[in-house]
Design a protein around this ligand. Sequence first.
Ligand code: HT7
Ligand code: ZN
Length: 874
Amino acid sequence: PVEVFRTDYKPLPHLVTKINMDFVIENGKTTVTSELFIEPNSSVEGGGDLVLDGDESCVKLMSVSIDGKELEKGKEYDLEPQKMIIKSPAPGTVLKTVVEIVPEENTQLSGLYKSGPMYCSQCEAMGFRRITYYPDRPDNMAVFENIRLEADEKDYPVLLSNGNLVDSGKLENGRHFASWSDPFPKPSYLFAAVVGNLGYIEDTYTTTSGREVKLGVYSEKENVDKLHYAMDSLKRSMKWDEDKFGLEYDLDLYNIVAVESFNMGAMENKGLNVFNTAYVLADKDTASDADFERVEGVIGHEYFHNWTGNRVTCRDWFQLTLKEGLTVFRDQEFSGDMNSNAVKRIEDVRMVRARQFAEDAGPMAHPIRPESYISMDNFYTATVYVKGAEVIRMYNTLLGTEGFRKGMDLYFERHDGTGVTCDDFLQAMADANDVDLSQFSLWYSTPGTPTVKYSSAYDASTGVFSLTLEQESKSDKPLHIPVSVGLMDKESGEEVVPTTVLDLKESKQTFEFNVKGDVVPSILRDFSAPVKLMPDSGAVDEEALAFLAAEDTDGFNRWEAGQRLYTSSIFQNMNGKESEKTLQYVFDAFERTLKGEKLDDYSIQAYALLLPTEATLSEEMEIIDPTAIHKARGAVKQKIARKFQNEISAKYEELSGLVEADGELSVDAKSIGLRRLRNVMLEYLCSIKETPEEQKAAAELAKKHFENASGMTDKMAALSALASMEGKGTEARDWALQKFYDDADGYSLVVDKWFSVQALANLPDVLDRVKKLTKHPDFTLEVPNRCRSLVSVFTMNAPAFHNPSGEGYKFIGELLVELDKLNPQVSSRLASSLIRWRRYDEKLGALMKAELEKLKAMKPISEDLYEIVSKALD
Ligand code: HT7
Ligand code: ZN
């Protein structure tokens, strides 16, 4: 395998400026004819050969010609497994290639493949070379002028590609065609084609400047009634981008297609987004609140790419965060504005801590702009996406909303229609605001999670409160870290210094404030930087946390203080050193939150009552002990549940009344919050199940919740409680699982939930159950959603996956052998569950490592999997 380095970038000597394509789709064979219009790249001297990418394992070359004359192999062109080399083409050359591909056999789901009744394409990052020979890199931008699709009309009535429909018609033998033209030059990764027997819904959107855009959302016919939320989300996204960034849509057509077999979430192809069904289809019976929120967020994300990704794209793949970090930031802001900004921020920070911090602390740690890769597909990571979004958020924090907007405007003014780098983005932000961001640029090259240590002192004689911050990171020079701070008066609980952004630019820096009495600092408000904040002394000041959990005027940090208290208590329990005082702080914080003091949002109340996840707790440990974390977290949860059982029950009843009064299920922020809070109550109540009587009571409650569920959110909350029941709860568990499966009636996205809930169950024999489920007739490794719903989800069941027997690792290792043959992108992602072996104790680590070693020795092994496994063993 070849490693590619960021600093090796060289512009292309020749560019394809225009392309015409003809797809003749027949059962078992698709013939692709491409005409490439080639020009010298004026910014490169010397000309030379034209190198086209093409994956020999997928495309079979039938002919290559210029002006109707076949080229001679060895003399006029050469063919390598991954390349075609055209010897010194003259300016203005029109190169014609004919290849055959077999989408029906493409299980990798990259290039053109078959999903159910449709052919569809996925070209990012390097899938276009699996369709035709082409300079398959983002700095070659071409006009896709005439894309002709031809297929059987009865089986494949819908023929879609990017841009505008320019021609269509019937042909002999029941065949038909459509020709599409996209006026915007684009890189090959944004090409798309969909050919199938699809249903759709239509609407229109009129932009501020009066352009009427025809909107279409397509799916398999039986799911058309589940497309409306996606359509509404699309219209909301279009309006939001106009209002927030002054960005309008630029074509007359915007189509979205829902596809069942898809490696990732969705794809922003120009004018023709292709989506994983999980991020488009939603209705009240089958989708949970979280599903609705994800549909809105991902529809927004792909739409926002039209400017941040498509109009201004990446020069090379190392710049991926340029489009992904920025677009995630934009979708986060959109979702926050549509629902609740405070809730969204808590959810996003939970994600950064659980997923991105974990990645940073493992063998695949990389800066948001990686320095090298073997397979680019391995770098669609939490770091590039969500830490990338945190970096964009820091520009926003440092420059303010107006300054950030000025930077965005300049970025588009300078770079529209081109492929650029992260440095270009930073320069636009700096120039628009007349500031120097050179120190800030270190965020692009520094891997790992920085730490910020704090200490403070109050001098009563001068009234000066000083806060000292000290940073540590993998960069040799200090980073520029925005640290948002507010100060709360210790006596009155009033905020005496409102949120202020401190520019931490040195290794150690002291900031002074004049105050009238001693204060408690509320530091890193709104998680103003992706760092780990810790007291310099190493000892958590629980009294200050208890104060902030009660008094902080900043909602985010009030939640944060509660989480830190819970964390202290869980670790004390784990270490057998429980302090009554800490537990009392925890009980106080829980009780106050349960009563709803200082809270007017049900969702925030719910999140403040939830203990940190096992994944988040893991990141607090040098050597992770999954079983101990699970036990200790469970023990603290039990203590809370038992102490407040009556209050929680009363709250559950009160909320049940409110949910009922809410009437017809709606997915607005308030209704979602009500359900979320009630389901947290359910979770606490169902955790009390030690004795047979308790098991019976918990099962009855969960069963009632299941039967009276207002929709999928409640149903899933009840089912996940039931799925972990034993003893007197067994009957209810088995009944509910069967009922849920029967009600799903084969609908894939609900069947996926059925698999997942069982993979996450807290049962001693869960691995055997999961193994048995791999033999279920509905299980397949070929559909990524289904494979992930059982197998990847099982790896998140920490006590089961990390069972000391090593059987969990063995199960995944063996499955990867099969999966890698089918779909390397999915296999390498699944293998990531094994790579952090150095973070576990010697015994677990050795068992994980043994699986990695077996995989590394496997022949053949995909590049994707090889990269992950070999980096883990380095
Ligand atoms: N830009 C899209 C990335 C993507 C992708 C990457 C590799 C392999 C398959 C893929 N499908 C989609 C998704 C996005 O961030 O919008
Ligand atoms: Zn994206």
